[in-house]
Design a protein around this ligand. Sequence first.
Ligand SMILES: [Zn+2]
Length: 434
Amino acid sequence: MSFVFVLDTDKRPLNPVHPGWARHLLTQGKAAVWRRYPFTIILKQALPEAQTTPLRIKLDPGSKTTGVAVVNDATGAVVWAAEIAHRGQQVHEGLLTRTASRHSRRARHTRYRPARFDNRRRRAGWLPPSLESRLANVQTWVARLRRFCPVSALSQELVKFDTQLLQDAETSGVDYQQGELAGYEVREYLLEKWRRQCAYCGATNTPLQIEHIVPKARGGSNRVSNLTLACALCNTQKGTQTAQEFGHPIVQQQAKTPLKDAAAVNTTRWALYRRLCATNLPVEVGTGGRTKWNRTQRGLPKAHWLDAACVGASTPTLLTITGVTPLRISATGRESRQMCRMDRYGFPRTSAKGQRRVQGFQTGDLVRAVVTSGKHTGTHVGRVAVRARGFFNITTAQGVVSDIPSRYCQRVQQADGYQYERCYEKGAALPPHA
Ligand SMILES: [Zn+2]
């Protein structure tokens, strides 16, 4: 069950409660809705003495999507889960557009301007804006969740495989066993080393099997230096031949070269790790191999939020996920830094930007408009785009409804740089007691 976050009247985070209990508190008038997404209620009394159960935020950072799970280590319950969709690609494209317009401006025949190309310095730890935005998304949500529930620890998937375990895997060797933790680490290592493709035919997007270069039937060992990845077809065709006999002497040579350490290091994840450590909470790190092993052991399907729940050695043996629906969060950014639109020659096309707030509303606010007359009669819930003349556009699940007078609109949640998917589901537009 996705639990409901609870704050006391002094905004102290308390234990999350079952949605049924939250509804009871709301109908009894003992609490009010504090925030719609994630659903949080605020009690009308202070509970400074309240006992809280420590929770753990678990993260599986990805380039497009990051899985988040809030887990109660003592009971094994997944209290809350989400998947954050990043906007790295959008940031990247936005910067390309800016570069292009600046270039075109510089190339124009205008007054003399001294060259300015060598006067910029990057601070230590600089990351490209597209990566920076992903990190900022994760940091934002860790900080927010810490305000909504009692968090005592963090877990993050840091690397793909255990570099310690496989430090000199090729030289000294690790014997792998199917289904054991070390087996999963070996598999992740091989996937990285053989670039996630069949070593013989180069096939991708097909299930890959761990394959012995010198077959076991011919005395080949289980050591990593004797292993590669092959698709089912190549594996069968190769049979009891060695890679050399199968016509792939290069595979045989390559197997002996260990994977360079640098190949396995992901700068963004390490940067995130350092920032999480700065929160002063204990940060546990896990490997991708461990995540996959934990997930397989517990018989869970593949999903970003389930991967997050399975990160690290602290994962409870029994993970309860019944009824948990992850919140789909998409980063949308706030406003735009562009001062006005331009034509295709880079000249200003529109007048300068207007006020960002129009009659108390801001683009990105989640609103509910009850229109009583005219073409758009009915109730519309969605993201608003404000217009200076006071007639707004609302993006609902059914599409965009335009020219809704502001007097019909009521704000449900203030724009916070994110969009929440459940607000677009029909019939479940708002949680009970909205
Ligand atoms: Zn193949």
